[in-house]
Design a protein around this ligand. Structure first.
Ligand code: FES
Length: 140
């Protein structure tokens, strides 16, 4: 039996986490290739529908990551994201998804090391949870 290879969708803020991902790459830090980055201008523009669509179309995990509180380039976008993620975690079980599959982090532009650590940790956590049910139903 082959090892479970999760697919993780990461909505990352252009100004902070995306830059940290770039820094991780140029610093030759390694992290699993399971993460598909989607660059957004701010975590505040990540509509909860994007997260649900990712899960329903087979993502095993979703990460939303942006600027630290107080550093958002659009004043309070990351606070909006924090509220939305909190609510999403409450409704995810109704769709059959464990809330642990969704994570919100703050990773600053100079935090390449933290970016790689978060990706490694997230992939390990999702591997522990196993494949999501929507993906299984699509395969059947
Ligand atoms: S600009 Fe980065 S989270 Fe708002």
């Amino acid at each position: 039996m082959s090892e479970f290879d999760p697919v993780i969708i990461a909505f990352v803020c252009n100004w902070c986490t995306y830059t940290a991902a770039d820094l991780a790459g140029t610093s030759r830090l390694t992290y699993p290739p399971n993460v598909r980055l989607i660059r957004v201008m701010c975590t505040g523009m990540v509509d909860p529908q994007y997260v649900l669509k990712a899960f329903l179309e087979g993502a095993d995990g979703v990460l939303v990551s942006g600027c630290h509180p107080g550093d958002c380039h659009y004043i309070n976008g990351n606070f909006k994201a924090r509220r939305r993620i909190k609510l999403l975690k409450e409704i995810l079980p109704r769709f059959g998804f464990e809330p642990q599959r969704l994570r919100l982090t703050w990773i600053g532009a100079s935090d390449g090391v933290q970016f790689a650590q978060v990706m490694n940790d997230l992939v390990d956590q999702i591997k522990t949870l196993g494949p999501n049910q929507a993906k299984l139903e699509m395969v059947i």
